[in-house]
Each structure stands twice: as C-alpha cells, then as structure tokens.
Design a protein around this ligand. Sequence first.
Ligand code: SAH
Length: 349
Amino acid sequence: MMLSLKKESFFQYTLSDLQALFETEGLPASGPGKLFNWHYKQKHFDPCQKDIAKISQAFIAEKLSFDLPEIDTVQESSDRTVKFLFKLSDGKKVETVLIASNQKYGICLSSQVGCAMKCSFCHTGLQGLERHLQTFEIVGQFLAAQKWLSETRPEDDRIATIVFMGQGEPLHNFDSVRKACEIFLSQHGMSMGEDKITISTAGYLPGLERWKAEMPDVNIALSLHSMNTEKRNELIPINARFPVDKVMEIVNQIPVTKKRFVIYEYLLAKGFNDSAEDARELGEALRGKKAFVNLIPFNPFPGAKYERPTQEDANSFKAILDELGVPNLIRFTKGHDILAACGQLNSKA
Ligand code: SAH
C-alpha cells in the first residue's frame, strides 16, 4: 500500500473546514479556534504549542504544513510600495504588491498564475493562463507579505485592505477566492471587515452569477473600460461572450450596503477610449446608480499597444463625469518605478 506523505496546508482550511476535520479525527473541538487565533490574529508563523492538546499537536505535526510561498525577489519603490515575486511549491511564480498609504498598507493579491481573459492592455493577460491558485496560496501571499513587513518595517506593518487586482481573474477561480475571503473575514482570525476586501472582475459572468448566493458580502469592482461594444470587445475579449449589459444587470442585483458603492474601473487609453463621447457614454450608463468610478490611466509595459493619456486628457474626461454627477477619482499610480502598477504584473518578465 502506498502511503501519501504529502501534508495538507493549514492555510487551505476555513474555520468550519478545520472544525469538521477535527471532528472526523476525534480531536478536541477547541483546537481550531485556538489555531486561528494563534496564526491569524496573533500573527505567529511557527506551529502553535500553547493550550493545544497533545493529541492535536501530534496530528498537526504529522498532517499539516505551515509553509508559505517563498520570496523569489522583493522590489521596494521610492514611494514605499513593495512588489514581491513569490515562488510556489511547483516552481511557478506570482506577484503580490503592498501599496503604502499613511501608516498602513493595502495588499494586491493574485488569484491565478497568468490569466485566461486575454485583455489586450494587460501584461498578465497576454501571458495566458497557467493554473488557478489554491486557497492556501492566496492566503499565503498575504501571510508571507505580512511576515516580511513585520520583520522589515516593524514600526508600520499593518495591512488594512485587500484587493484582488493582481494576476488573474478572481471569479474564474471562484471557490478558492471565496474560501480565502472567508479566512480573511473570520472573527477568530484576522477579522478583516467585509468593506475592506474588494474583488475586481473583467465581467466573468459565470462567477458573477454565483456571487449573490455564495460570496461573502465583500466589495465588487467591475472593469468596464468602455460602454461601446466594439471597443470593449477589443479591450476585454470575453465581452463578446458575456456582453456588458448582461454583466451590469447581474452586478446591479448584488446588494450593496448603505455606505458602499459598486466600483467601476475605467482604463484610459490615449486616443482609444478617452474622448468626450466615451466619457458621456460612461456617465449616462452610471448616472443615478450607487457607483464610484476609478479612472486608471493606462500603465505602459514593454511591447504594449496603447499609450497613457496626459494628465490634462484625464482631467477633461473626469470633468464630464463630474458634470453628470458620477463620483470618480483618477488613480495616481504607485510603484511605477518597479512595474508594480495594475496590468504591469508578469511573472515571466
Ligand atoms: N481580472 C480582474 C483583476 C485584474 S487587474 C479584472 O479584470 O478586473 C485590476 C485592474 O487593472 C483591472 O481594472 C484591469 O483592467 C486594470 N489593468 C490591467 N492592465 C492595466 C494597465 N496596463 N494599465 C492600467 N490598468 C490596467
């Protein structure tokens, strides 16, 4: 008989999965809560020995692994943004970015190695999909970045927000992303607020259709980039299969709480989708909705076929949205000097 020696990652388990495992194994029911508290709340990276029954400790030592993605390279930007290239256990690599703001950080997580969406303006999209990430690899990016921060910048090491805006289409890897969110939100662990997590999608309809019933109540961001079918088809090829009207219909059914808005991302590519007419089409479509628009001037990368508009062009686009009463902001890029901005991530670069 072949015995599998491979350990399962602890970071793969939601609290209820771990409780079920402990129950099946006949281990004391208090263990899972204590383990979540030890690893996620108290930020310990070594296995827990405290207040854990000997029998549970033995099980954990034999069956569970606490390995994190390995840091391949770290780049620190002059604005304190940090870009990690993490190496996974099969040698594949993903990028994760810490974005500094005041005394805290936002973390930008990857959900896949590469991406299947093939958006024409995105460095990752042009790379194609290699594989989905598992939950422990998503949670692992957070923990490995947290560990680096705590060791390197102990005076300000708080990660306050999470965005799924790194490599990959998070809704194409729905189950792993959902489970990772449950771990981030767990009251016994990190206790992240639901309004502190944002999942960004290119409009992957099969995932959006599951959102309302299955996803915890986190923020949604939709990459719109154009209301014009031809232009959006060129920018985001899945628009041909999942047209934006249908996508917005489903997004509108996702309940947003009082203080929250659906975030619409709009990439501004010079001379392509940044005209006054484009701005009016966008403004008219969003007028009166609980919407907030993030205008993202195109971030160039080697070989890209679009150009970044000038600040003035971006301001004129913004002014039209302002006039139509649609709240919006131009997102100033961070980490520019280390190619850590949206769409510049490419594990092969
Ligand atoms: N797959 C998800 C998350 C990807 S990245 C999505 O499509 O939303 C997060 C945001 O960065 C998306 O709005 C994406 O369209 C945008 N983006 C990608 N490449 C970019 C680039 N080169 N310049 C500016 N924004 C880009």
